[in-house]
Structure formats: structure tokens, C-alpha cells
Write a protein that binds this ligand. Structure first.
Ligand code: TYD
Length: 205
């Protein structure tokens, strides 16, 4: 694969999206070819699968159903958008990927991190980012940020604080295990974080 693939992970309100925006400015200043994407990424088929996950239905969604749907939506987005972008030599900045499922479905919902890793390994045929930044933040602060910004709240945001604490725990376990994952202190200012991440990305270009 010719491009560079970087994913961003973190709990609610951890600032992934703002960090990505900051990095985009750096890439544009240097005239680098890039693509920003988040699942389902404007891929209509993946969007339709994601709608099923996000919309409240008559009966609660079974956790394994949810995990399989995330993996299905992910695969479509991967083959239709991410892999062609990388093949074209782009720097692909991706807001959430497999690690989100390992943590939210595997650890948060208790399906098992290893089981969800395997499901996603199958769905993606092992395609993983070159580098992943995990924005670590106290979930209480994350939820405060979300409410302050009046961001749209979805079905998964409505989980209680205990769930979000579990999500952080899951990310911490995963980032200790995976060399690919670079943990960041998301309580730092956006400027600081952008500089820190940019130094690392620059070293890979
Ligand atoms: P998203 O719309 O990307 O929101 P955010 O701004 O928090 O990144 O994600 C919506 C929710 O879906 C979020 O709570 C995380 C959750 N999620 C999973 O549970 N599993 C997954 O595989 C992904 C990609 C997201």
C-alpha cells in the first residue's frame, strides 16, 4: 500500500474531530494529498447499515448484532473508499476504526475484546492503520464537552457514565497491548495536541 493510514480513537467528547481538523491544515499548507474519513464515510451502502445501528427500534438491539453490523459497514467503507485512497498514495485520516469495536462492543458491551478483534480481522481481511492515536480523557470531562457544544446526541451517547468509564478502561488496556496505538493526553490544549501529533506524522512522511 502506497499511502499512510492513521486512525484516531477515543471516548465521547475526546476531541478527535477537532484534532483531525488541525492536522488537515498542516497537510494543506504542505500541499500533501490526503483524505479525511469516518465510517460510514458517505458510502451509501455503509450509511444504510449504520442507520440501522443508530436508530432506536421496537426491541433492543442484540449486542452481537450491533457488532456484526459495525463490521459490515466498516468493510464496505474500507473497500469502497479507504483502500482506493491508500492505493492512490493519500494520507488517510480516519475517525474511528476497528479499535472502536474492540473497545465499545468487545469491552463495553462485554462481548470479549478478542472475539470482536477476530470478527473485525475477518471483515477487514487484516487491513489495519499504520498508526493510531488514542485521545485519553476523563469521561466526565468528555461528556461535559459534548453538552457544552450541544453536539447531536446519538443512541450510544446516551449510555450512563459507568459505560463511558468502561470505554476508557478498554482503550487503556488496548493501547498498552498494541504498539501501533499512541496514547495522547486529551486534556491538553488542541494546539499542543496538534503539534505533538504533527511531529510524529512528519517523521513518517
Ligand atoms: P460517531 O458517530 O463516530 O461519534 P463520535 O463523535 O463519538 O466519534 O460514533 C457514534 C458512536 O458509535 C460512538 O459512541 C462510538 C460508537 N461506535 C461503536 O460502538 N463501535 C464502533 O465500531 C464504532 C465505529 C463506533
Amino acid at each position: 500500500m502506497k499511502g499512510l493510514w492513521i486512525s484516531f480513537e477515543g471516548g465521547e467528547g475526546s476531541g478527535k474531530t477537532s484534532l483531525i481538523e488541525g492536522l488537515v491544515k498542516k497537510l494543506e499548507e504542505r500541499g500533501l494529498s490526503y483524505m479525511v474519513t469516518r465510517e460510514p464515510g458517505g458510502v451509501p451502502l455503509a450509511e444504510r447499515i449504520r442507520d440501522v445501528i443508530m436508530t432506536r427500534s421496537e426491541t433492543p438491539m442484540d449486542p452481537m448484532t450491533e457488532a456484526i453490523l459495525f463490521a459490515a459497514s466498516r468493510r464496505q467503507h474500507l473497500v469502497e473508499k479507504v483502500l482506493p485512497g491508500l492505493e492512490a498514495g493519500k494520507i488517510v485520516l480516519m475517525d474511528r476504526y476497528v479499535d472502536s469495536s474492540i473497545v465499545y462492543q468487545g469491552y463495553g458491551r462485554g462481548l470479549g475484546m478478542e472475539k470482536i478483534r477476530e470478527l473485525n480481522l475477518f471483515a477487514t481481511e487484516g487491513h489495519m492503520p499504520d498508526l493510531t492515536f488514542y485521545l485519553d480523557l476523563d469521561p466526565e470531562e468528555g461528556l461535559r464537552r459534548i453538552h457544552r457544544n450541544q453536539r447531536e446526541v446519538n443512541r450510544l451517547d446516551e449510555e450512563g457514565l459507568d459505560f463511558h468509564k468502561k470505554i476508557r478502561e478498554g482503550y487503556l488496556i488496548l493501547s498498552k497491548k498494541e504498539k501501533r496505538i499512541h496514547k495522547l493526553d486529551a486534556s491538553k490544549s488542541l494546539e499542543e495536541l496538534t503539534m505533538e501529533v504533527w511531529q510524529i506524522i512528519k517523521g513518517l512522511l
